[in-house]
Design a protein around this ligand. Structure first.
Ligand code: GDP
Length: 391
């Protein structure tokens, strides 16, 4: 076992200074880079302060944190909750606190914007207390510090606080095992191919290693840090962009080093099969559930969204579906129209608990993805009477 760097997430209300603090810490100007359209942003980076390493997840906002957690990836050790001293505790501050508490991570409060004339430290501390966050020296043991991301005041203190709290946690990881990490971000670059930002949780990973990641496999062709410099090896809590995977994995997917290429291929193809099977099964259960719910929950309405390739088909389908209504169950078409199935359709279906029926149309990729996430049933038909039969 080796001591590993703490993995830190920054959360808090919008505009309270999360990005500015990360920016100060990295001492480069993210905002300027983004406005120029070029970004080295890889979702995480590691710094070294007084010989101590700290890994920051550079995806501010608790949505990212919650999404990772929903996927079972509890990777954060410490959550820095940023509260602007001029605005004090706000809605998203409370959400961030809830997320940190629910995840059971170490919480550090950074009371930011202390340079502003209307900064009100006492009010902020009191508001935090009202919401169950008791700061050190104010009746509790939550570590905290005052910062200004504008002047840089207190940033070093924040880093020292993070190091102190990580020492208290005694974070370790095995190093002499096959590397295992988690995907923070991934994308396909038209020039560079599949780029995957990986945070290694244990073991080591080297150039040339065979890897499996979600349903993808490959070999580490190149690893680079956030400055696009090539690195040869990574260990626990290290972050790198990895090139060489066959496809684009999802954030939260696990990456594993495996013995050889054959094993990598085997595992990834098995996972692909499982994924396909699951998709088939999920589509069917939506309709199955419908029957069950009509019976068991006395559901008296089936809501449909109908999309077809022509006006004529839309009309014919809607007429036929409505005629299927019985005394017990009414078919209610909440939206109908010509064209492919898009995100707006899925959102409406999700919000209204409706089923989407498509006839000679396609579902766009964004809508497919959303439907998967929201568990919305989409059925596409090529023959009218089959659609009527099913409904
Ligand atoms: P985020 O939404 O939490 O990431 O907030 P940002 O980091 O984007 O900051 C929002 C605005 O507040 C920006 O205009 C920052 O320049 C400003 N800001 C952030 N921190 C401070 C601070 O400590 N003092 C002052 N005066 N402004 C700050």
């Amino acid at each position: 076992m080796v001591t590993r760097a703490p993995i830190v997430t920054i959360m808090g209300h919008v505009d309270h200074g999360k990005t500015a603090i990360l920016d100060q810490i990295r001492q480069t100007n993210v905002v300027a880079g983004e406005s120029g359209g070029i970004t080295q942003h890889i979702g995480a980076y590691q710094i070294s302060y007084n010989g101590h390493k700290i890994t920051f997840l550079d995806t501010p906002g608790h949505e990212a944190f919650a999404a990772m957690r929903a996927r079972g990836a509890n990777i954060t050790d410490t959550a820095v909750i940023v509260v602007a001293a001029n605005e004090s505790v706000k809605k998203q501050t409370l959400e961030a606190i809830d997320h940190a508490k629910a995840a059971g991570v170490q919480m550090i409060v950074a009371i930011n914007k202390m340079d502003l004339p209307d900064a009100n430290l006492d009010r902020t501390i009191n508001d935090l207390m009202t919401h169950g966050v008791y700061l050190e020296n104010y009746g509790g043991d939550t570590l905290w510090c005052e910062t200004s991301a504008k002047t840089g005041e207190g940033i070093n203190e924040l880093l020292e606080t993070i190091i102190l709290s990580s020492e208290m946690m005694e974070l370790t990881a095995p190093v002499d095992v096959f590397g295992r990490g988690i995907v923070i971000e991934s994308q396909k670059d038209s020039r560079k191919g599949v780029m995957v930002t990986v945070l290694l949780q244990e073991g080591t990973l080297e150039k040339g290693d065979n890897i499996v990641c979600g349903a993808n496999s490959g070999r580490v062709r190149r690893m680079e840090n956030e400055r696009e410099m090539e690195i040869a090896k990574m260990g626990p809590s290290d972050v790198a962009v990895i090139y060489g995977l066959s496809g684009v994995p999802k954030a939260g997917d696990i990456l594993n080093k495996v013995e050889d290429e054959k094993t990598a291929r085997q595992i990834s193809s098995e996972r692909q099969n499982i994924r396909k099977e699951r998709e088939k099964f999920q589509q069917k259960t939506n309709l199955d559930n419908l029957f069950q719910r009509i019976k068991e929950e006395n559901m008296n309405e089936v809501k449909l969204i109908v999309k077809a390739d022509t006006d004529g088909s839309v009309g014919a389908l809607c007429d036929s579906f409505q005629k299927l209504s019985t005394d017990e169950v009414v078919v209610n078409i909440i939206r109908s129209g010509v064209g492919g199935i898009n995100e707006a359709d899925v959102n409406l279906a999700s919000a209204s608990d409706a089923l989407i029926i498509g006839f000679h149309v396609r579902t766009n990729n964004a809508a497919k993805k959303l439907a998967e996430e929201e568990n919305v049933g989409i059925q596409i038909f090529q023959i009218i009477y089959e659609a009527i039969d099913v409904i």
